[in-house]
Design a protein around this ligand. Structure first.
Ligand code: PMP
Ligand code: GLN
Length: 360
């Protein structure tokens, strides 16, 4: 959809990436960094200075104590997810994923010849813990849970996380891969993370992305946390997949984290979500609840009989607004009446897109 947006000159609310520049401070730090000794390989597991910053973030945000050895710097969350699946899942295992699911889970599972078991969110796009419980078996090697959730823009609240964790406690051999790349873009007012559940720590891998947290998706730096025994297995794959991650990028991020206020992130994106939702208040598109990430889902059933894919293409070509149809994130039980709009854009862009969408 980004390619189609570029080709047609449409406003691009499709692929999820910030449409505004990174901060002047971040640019200055990057410029200063490149004069330092940062041009050769970084250590395999990541710069200690960066892992130390992450250790502090995890402690401050979740009151969870981990060591720098429990952290691996990766080339974005995508590499983290791929690496974890290759390291821990074997042929014939089952891996439970929740539809609509972010697109990089399934290929990683298929590549190790494991069986992906898809469980859908319910009709209101909420976590269906009962359905997850029904799908778990002794063969379930891993469950992948993304919260805050892309593409729906919802956050599964603490009450649902509590019941999910209760169910997972009955399956002690199942790894939990927590894709929490939007962990700080949460409008619920209550923090939610697997980092709050010590009973799972011996089989929990948490993943985050500086692409999301620092508005810098192009830097491709993320990280995972895992306990020692699991980390050893993950490192065996990481070593021969990338060995290590961009040294200067890690160094600049470590420095920037000293001044970046993570707590402002939710308010920053909440304001953008409000600009978009207000600008759509006179539209016939129905806004679905949005409690996190930088995605707003809209229901198109009031404006068209077309399926979401055709409608998204039409909207891009004929009206000049590119979005993502939600059905592409489903394997089981696809809905075909939702579009995802990325609101990580400047105010002018959001208002312009809102104007167009109010006229359809
Ligand atoms: N998981 C989710 C849910 C995402 O939205 C993204 C980014 N689109 C990723 C993983 C991948 O993150 P990264 O860009 O750091 O590889
Ligand atoms: N995570 C971004 C999204 O959901 C896209 C990243 C990508 O294009 N691979 O839109």
């Amino acid at each position: 959809m980004s390619a189609l947006a570029a080709e047609t000159g449409a406003i691009n609310l499709s692929q999820g990436f910030p449409g505004f520049p990174v901060s002047e401070d971040f640019k200055r730090i990057l410029a200063d960094t490149i004069h330092q000794n940062v041009h050769q390989y970084a250590p395999m597991q990541g710069l200690l200075t960066l892992r130390e910053q992450i250790r502090q973030v995890v402690d401050q945000e979740y009151q969870r104590k981990i060591g720098a050895g429990d952290i691996l710097i990766t080339a974005g969350a995508t590499q983290a997810i791929f690496t974890v699946v290759q390291a821990l899942v074997n042929e014939g295992d089952e891996v439970l994923i929740i539809d609509p699911a972010y697109d990089c889970y399934r290929p990683a599972i298929d590549l190790v010849k494991a069986k992906a078991v898809h469980v859908s969110l319910d009709n209101e796009l909420r976590l269906d813990v009962g359905a997850i419980e029904d799908a778990l078996t002794p063969k379930t090697r891993m469950i992948i849970v993304n919260n805050p959730h892309n593409p729906t823009g919802t956050v599964f609240p603490k009450s649902q996380m509590d019941s999910l964790v209760g169910v997972l406690e009955k399956y002690p051999d199942c790894f939990i891969l927590a894709d929490e790349v939007y962990e700080f873009i949460n409008f619920l007012g209550e923090p939610v993370s697997f980092n709050y559940y010590p009973q799972l720590f011996d089989r929990l891998i948490c993943i985050s992305s500086f692409g999301k947290t620092l508005h810098a998706t192009g830097w491709k730096v993320g990280y995972l946390t895992a306990p020692d025994k699991i980390m050893k297995e993950i490192l065996k794959v990481h070593q021969f997949l990338v060995f290590s991650v961009s040294h200067f990028a890690q160094s600049a991020i470590a420095e920037y984290l000293k001044i970046f206020d993570i707590k402002e992130l939710a308010g920053f994106y909440r304001a953008k979500q409000e600009i978009l939702s207000n600008s759509l208040s006179k539209s016939s598109l129905k806004l679905m609840p949005c409690s996190g990430t930088y995605f707003q889902v809209v229901d198109i059933s009031g404006v068209t009989d077309m399926g979401d894919v055709d409608y998204a293409i039409w909207l891009t070509k004929e009206k000049g607004v590119a979005t993502i149809p939600l059905s592409v994130f489903y394997t089981s039980q696809p809905f075909s009446n939702y579009l995802r709009l990325c609101f990580a854009k400047d105010e002018e862009t959001l208002l312009k897109a809102g104007d167009i969408l109010c006229q359809i």
